[in-house]
Design a protein around this ligand. Structure first.
Ligand code: ZN
Length: 333
């Protein structure tokens, strides 16, 4: 069994961007709300870089994200640039810890190797269900009886292919006596996930040996003492998987608040490819950071000010709308 790591007594909020693209106004809103939630509750602020696969990180993006957050005045007590007691703060430097988490899950008999290609998973999927991670896995490679695999670095190949590792949701449910995964979201309210039928057995280690996001994120929140997670509503299904991992390992759970995503005035999701909303572009184009903070505060129903101290003083998570948040038509600045 994995023991809960030593963490600072004072809890933390965290902003955990994936540096695959530039931060945009929607990311900035999530960062701002997380930061305000932490500061207003007297918590530490942690910046964690979710660069699990460093090869997928384009040049300059990470530095650009740091510069964007600095520019907005969102400073972090701990992070890759400032260090801290529970680092490293880049996931690409934490793979040993994720391997230990996977070994602990394997010790409970909750993992099995899957040799299916993406195409095979799609073909065998139980229509019509699809989850946020794609088709619900049909269980093609699932063994009749769950048992520890042993050395996870020496799993056999099949058809010349190394396996991914999947998490056996039904076995975890049986172990925990669950018929659904439930939790109370601090913003979105009570949540219930029929994970077996709606989500299926998810990948926890990729074919290339890199731990999946669900493992890294759930573990890092615990190991970094992040007690309060504020993040975008697109991750709410991931929360079910992360909570199941934490509960199976009997680790402490953070509280979660999923904030509505920002859409443009026509109701479209903001995408990193939309240049006009990229923070780097605004920063380099001479827009004042105070104007950005003020716009984000306004669309979030917070006081109409760019004064971060005043926003901290006035902040109350419960007053946020968990639904989508619309940007007014441009120009904004
Ligand atoms: Zn398979």
């Amino acid at each position: 069994m994995l023991t809960a790591p030593d963490v600072p007594a004072r809890g933390a909020g965290r902003f955990a961007p994936t540096p695959t693209g530039r931060l945009h106004l929607g990311n900035a809103r999530t960062a701002l709300l997380d930061w305000l939630a932490a500061r207003s509750a007297g918590l530490r602020t942690v910046l964690r870089v979710e660069d699990l696969d460093p090869r997928a990180i384009p040049d300059g993006i990470l530095e650009g994200q740091y510069a964007d957050l600095d520019w907005l005045g969102l400073t972090y007590d701990e992070g890759p640039n400032v260090g801290g007691p529970v680092g490293p703060y880049r996931q690409s430097e934490r793979s040993d810890q994720y391997a230990a988490v996977l070994r602990a899950l394997d010790g409970l008999g909750l993992l099995y190797p899957c040799w299916c290609s993406r195409r095979e998973v799609r073909k065998a999927a139980r229509a019509p269900h699809a989850s946020d991670e794609g088709p619900v896995y049909a269980g093609t490679c699932k063994p009749a009886r769950a048992a520890p695999l042993g050395d996870l670095d020496r799993l056999p190949q099949k058809r010349g292919r190394d396996p991914a590792l999947r998490f056996d949701v039904a076995s975890a449910f049986a172990r925990l006596g669950l018929d659904a995964l439930t939790y109370a979201d601090r913003l979105a309210g009570p949540q219930r996930f029929d994970m077996i039928t709606r989500m299926g057995d998810f990948v926890v280690r990729r074919v290339d040996g890199i731990a999946a996001y669900q493992i890294a994120c759930s573990w890092d929140d615990v190991a970094m003492g992040c007690t309060r997670v504020v993040r975008g509503a697109d991750l709410i299904a991931s929360t079910a998987r992360q909570l199941l991992i934490l509960r199976a390992l009997e680790l402490p759970e953070p509280t979660y608040a999923h904030v509505g995503l920002v859409v443009d005035h026509a109701g479209r999701r903001l995408a990193k490819r939309d240049g006009d909303i990229a923070l780097t572009e605004l920063r380099e184009g001479g827009v004042a950071p105070s104007a950005v903070i003020r716009l984000l505060a306004r669309i979030s129903g917070l006081p109409d000010t760019a004064d971060l101290g005043a926003l901290v003083d006035a902040f109350d998570l419960k007053t946020l709308d968990p639904g989508e948040v619309k940007l007014p038509p441009p120009p904004w600045f």
